[in-house]
Design a protein around this ligand. Structure first.
Ligand SMILES: Cc1cc2nc3c(=O)[nH]c(=O)nc-3n(C[C@H](O)[C@H](O)[C@H](O)COP(=O)(O)OP(=O)(O)OC[C@H]3O[C@@H](n4cnc5c(N)ncnc54)[C@H](O)[C@@H]3O)c2cc1C
Length: 445
């Protein structure tokens, strides 16, 4: 690919994983790039922060081996995913509020016969007929057709999943994957994620927990490489408007909060969806794109970090599901080098009664004390709530997603909300960043 003769940069607004990926794809083939973000650090919704002198993340992130684009992108900036993540074979353990085991799914492999056996075993308290129908139904979930999108609940019921299994397995899994409750979540998207993870062998099904702060895994090395390519990196600079007349040689003008203008050849708008809808240039031709973005809605995720006065017991599983509680998944941070810390995640937190940060921390700490015998009172606790952590992956979402290529020349969207079949994930952000850079390069060539 040849270097662009035009000296004006391509502006990339948003230094999350989508924007960084798009910026790198452009810079690596010689396009001048100007990357802007309103935040002081790169990484967007997957960034590191310092709490009580410890570098943690804005939320506990987990990948699966099937996140091939994200893992390849991490590798491309010189970070070895095998070092950056601790890999666990696919399996789940969930406990009830009193600490008793509610469900353990521990397949010998993610291949169909082993998955079926594991599910059949997990259903040991159900009558034989229910166990058989649910196990065969689960095969249909992964391999049967789905002509029309329906809610996850309707889809599971259609495939004979009994209420106890829906409550103990599918609801927590759906929340963790989609950040959307199963009564409204898109069966099409969940099916796609499950198929990607569970039908492509043991590597794809592995659960990957970061061993390092997220910032060090991708955003920081990506920014360093962009600087090496001569890109302009403008962190802490909010864009408040974009003009793109769309006539003649496409050109774009960005205006920052202070009223300063930046001339660019084109723009990749890689912000959160809410910000993108507000930043799209005015004009009826973009009304449909704006409407589609606004319809995506948003869901929150709250993470409570608890620090105990001693390293947590080694018997605590690396990921423990907590059923029927405010905190849904407990992840001891020993894997990330913080043996006294525990992260507790609440997905779709907007679905629960509102709580202030202190109450949230106290609730989660009390739940854990009941569920994990011998756990002391934490000596430090912090709640990080991302109000707009993901879009609302509800039934029908794929048919209403906006297209990355907008009708306006020189304006392309990038972000985790644009990839059909995927919920808001790092994989979606990276795939979208790559696709948007390709679309723009095609347009500019
Ligand atoms: C708590 C939490 C937990 C999560 N857990 C997981 C997980 O386990 N696994 C997984 O794969 N994904 C997870 N996700 C989702 C994942 O983090 C996101 O899908 C991904 O980071 C989105 O990347 P993005 O680049 O599309 O958007 P963003 O990261 O939102 O990047 C957009 C950027 O645009 C910037 N911006 C916005 N407005 C402006 C403006 N006007 N001017 C300049 N800059 C602007 C923002 O500051 C931001 O940096 C989680 C998200 C959260 C919040």
């Amino acid at each position: 690919m040849s270097v662009a003769p035009d000296a004006r940069p391509v502006a990339v607004v948003g230094a999350g994983w989508a924007g960084l990926t798009a910026a790198l794809a452009l810079a690596r083939v010689g396009h001048p790039v100007h990357l802007l973000d309103s935040a002081a650090v790169a990484g967007g919704r997957a960034r590191s922060l310092t709490l009580a002198g410890t570098t943690l993340d804005n939320g506990q992130h987990i990948l699966v081996g099937a996140c091939e684009a994200a893992l390849a992108q991490i590798r491309s900036v010189g970070v070895d995913p095998e070092q950056a993540f601790h890999a666990l074979p696919f399996g789940l353990e969930l406990h009830a509020a009193d600490g008793t085991e509610a469900l353990r799914l521990n397949p010998a492999s993610p291949r169909l016969p082993a998955l079926g056996r594991a599910l059949f075993t997990a259903l040991r308290d159900e009558p034989l007929r229910v166990r058989l129908r649910a196990t065969l139904g689960a095969v249909g979930l992964l391999h049967g057709p789905l002509q029309k999108d329906v809610s996850v609940r309707a889809w599971l019921q259609h495939h004979h999943q009994p209420p106890a299994l829906i409550e103990r397995l599918w609801e927590p899994l759906c929340l963790a994957i989609m950040n959307t409750p199963l009564r409204s979540a898109s069966a099409r998207v969940l099916r796609e994620v499950l198929r990607e993870a569970l039908t492509r062998g043991p590597e794809a099904a592995r659960l990957l927990l970061p061993t390092q702060p997220l910032g060090a895994i991708y955003p920081e090395p990506a920014v360093a490489e962009l600087r090496e390519h001569g890109a302009t990196i403008d962190l802490g600079r909010r864009v408040r408007g974009i003009e793109a007349p769309g006539s003649g040689a496409s050109a774009v003008t960005l205006e920052d909060r202070g009223g300063q203008r930046i001339e660019a050849r084109a723009v990749i708008l890689a912000t959160t969806p809410a910000a993108a809808a507000g930043l799209l240039p005015p004009g009826e031709d973009l009304d449909d794109t704006r409407d589609r973005i606004n319809e995506l809605g948003a869901r929150s995720i709250c993470t409570v970090y608890l620090r105990y006065p001693y390293p947590l017991p080694a018997e605590l599983p690396p990921m423990l599901g907590l059923l029927g509680q405010y905190g849904q998944w407990a992840v001891p941070r020993r894997i990330a080098g913080h043996p006294e810390w525990l992260a507790v995640v609440t997905s779709a937190a907007d679905d629960a009664a509102p709580m202030d940060a202190d109450t949230r921390c106290a609730t989660v700490a009390a739940e854990l004390a009941r569920c994990v015998p011998g756990l002391d009172t934490p000596v430090a606790r912090h709640a990080v709530c991302e109000r707009r952590a993901t879009f609302d992956a509800r039934c029908g979402v794929d048919a209403r997603r906006p297209q990355p290529r907008t009708p306006r020349p020189g304006v392309v969207l990038a972000g985790d909300y644009l990839v059909p079949g995927l919920p808001s994930t790092l994989e979606a952000a990276v795939r979208s960043g790559l696709e948007s850079a390709d679309l723009l390069m095609e347009e500019l060539s």
